[in-house]
Design a protein around this ligand. Sequence first.
Ligand code: NAD
Length: 308
Amino acid sequence: MRVLITGGAGFIGSALANQLIQDGRHVRVLDDLSVGERAYLHPNIHFTRGDVSDKPKLWGLLNKVDCVYHLAARVSVSESILYPREYNATNVGGTVALMEAMRDAGVQRVVLGSSAAIYGEQAQSPVTENLPPHPTSPYGVSKLSAEHYVSSIGQLWGIETVILRVFNTYGPGQALPPTHPPVIPQFIQQALGGGSVMVYGDGAQIRDFVYIEDVVRGLVEAGTARNVNQRIFNIGSGEGSSINRLVKAIETVTGRDLHPLSVSTESGGVSRLIADISLAKELLNYQPQVSLTQGLRFLLERDPRFVV
Ligand code: NAD
């Protein structure tokens, strides 16, 4: 089996690429390296630097490919509020260009890395895939729009589509941009540096933190599972944790005091977002294996940036 991973030099993409190489697949990666790093990738991976909207480049890379994992995207909620046009161009325009190129190349299947951000505030918890989406940021809107393009174009042109709504993923190698750092590596860095962490809102907001290896297991299955065409799956841990509980868990695994500072003027985002993973369990044989405390310990052991 031959796969192309767009955004494959990034946090999730490189973990997937390295796993698939270990499983004996032929892996090609397309990434513009705006965030990702080539050094993350196993030497047997065929790497090409380029933009996901570059159709001539895609035609070459898609030759004899069975499945595309589409992960290339701009990924920050806060940055998307400042630059919605760029988010639309990459996350929506890039997806449409890729779908066109896949039609031309006759690719059989695409797995889209979508996001829990499409849900927004929901009365129901945990959230199931059939709830009406209410994205609250341009990032969420762009991912929802990408979902619609993938499903509709896939149906029209006979490309199998599988959409994974990935929840808050953490693990080694996650980028830590100073302007919009993801919460877990940010808190760990601050804990180890002896500083205070800023908790937006009251810290009672609940998220579903899922370890990178579990997300990779879901992606691998989605590439080959049968009878999943046009399906959408939540990929999370299935467990909720408040930000306050996360602070305590990081204090426990690092042995440091985080000195949390409450920033009540800033919104902490939606109040609660937990994945119902029943459908993925049933059809993708998905079973998350890493608890939050265990995942935080793995992160400290395996990410050279975090030496306790
Ligand atoms: P990431 O930023 O590490 O990976 C994205 C990769 O895409 C980067 O390597 C970047 O260089 C590349 N890229 C960006 N624009 C590109 C372009 N125009 N052309 C080619 N490559 C481009 O982020 P990630 O966390 O690995 O996210 C991967 C995917 O998973 C994204 O689609 C994201 O929306 C989705 N996702 C991530 C999370 C999470 O918690 N990390 C949660 C839900 C969904």
